[in-house]
Design a protein around this ligand. Structure first.
Ligand SMILES: CC(C)(COP(=O)(O)OP(=O)(O)OC[C@H]1O[C@@H](n2cnc3c(N)ncnc32)[C@H](O)[C@@H]1OP(=O)(O)O)[C@@H](O)C(=O)NCCC(=O)NCCS
Length: 174
């Protein structure tokens, strides 16, 4: 995949959870991690956001599905800091699953998560996927609802603490 540059919004938001002036005129890249260095950054953000706060060991941020899934990340320019990551896993040839969505502390609520979800949905459409499912942490349900996902059911507790909700979005119009 080529590098895609996105301009952040420059107008203050009128609605939504936060009213903020985003980092105007900064540029970010949505990339597919490929080199070992890029994958290190990718997995490191997963660990920092999704595992470390629950005292989980290094390595717990990866699973056997990583090799067969597609990955996207957003890098800040010009410092190359990883600010958002997400993975698209193919469950069948018609259904995919978004997993391991994480946005770095200090960058949350600025539209980066939405960019990653959109990029993963674009890939899914290109591959003929009709439905995307995901397991949302309780704190992220509203985020996914804002991105068009609907709750199917309450699902499982991660680390005996984090309630998850199974959600779905149909991504084709037929
Ligand atoms: C959940 C997460 C991926 C969302 O990414 P983000 O960059 O913070 O979200 P965005 O800025 O793209 O938000 C998109 C929309 O969802 C809303 N939203 C995001 N997080 C929300 C929250 N916790 N509660 C309510 N609304 C939320 C935003 O207000 C925005 O609404 P809009 O449609 O009015 O613009 C990110 O906050 C994160 O990494 N959280 C910690 C880890 C986590 O819970 N990951 C999900 C695992 S399932």
């Amino acid at each position: 995949m080529g590098r895609v540059y996105c301009q952040n919004r420059t107008e203050p938001r009128k609605t939504g959870r936060l009213n903020f002036h985003p980092l105007s005129l900064t540029r970010m890249q949505i990339i597919e991690p490929k080199s070992p260095a890029e994958f290190d950054k990718y997995y490191n953000l997963r660990y920092e956001v999704l595992r470390k706060p629950w005292n989980q060991p290094l390595g717990s941020e990866r699973d056997e599905g990583d090799d067969t899934s597609l990955h996207r990340m957003i890098l800040d320019e010009p410092n190359g800091k990883t600010i958002a990551v997400g993975r698209l896993q193919f469950n069948t040839n018609k259904q995919a699953q978004i997993r391991y969505m994480a946005v770095a502390d200090g960058y949350q609520g600025k539209g980066y998560g939405r960019k990653i979800v959109g990029a993963l949905e674009d890939i899914a459409r290109e591959k003929g996927i009709r439905t995307i499912i995901l397991q949302s942490r309780e704190n992220a349900v509203k985020f996914y609802e804002r991105n068009g996902y609907e709750i199917i059911e309450k699902s499982y507790l991660l680390f005996d603490k984090i309630q998850h909700w199974l959600m779905v979005k149909k991504i084709t119009t037929d």
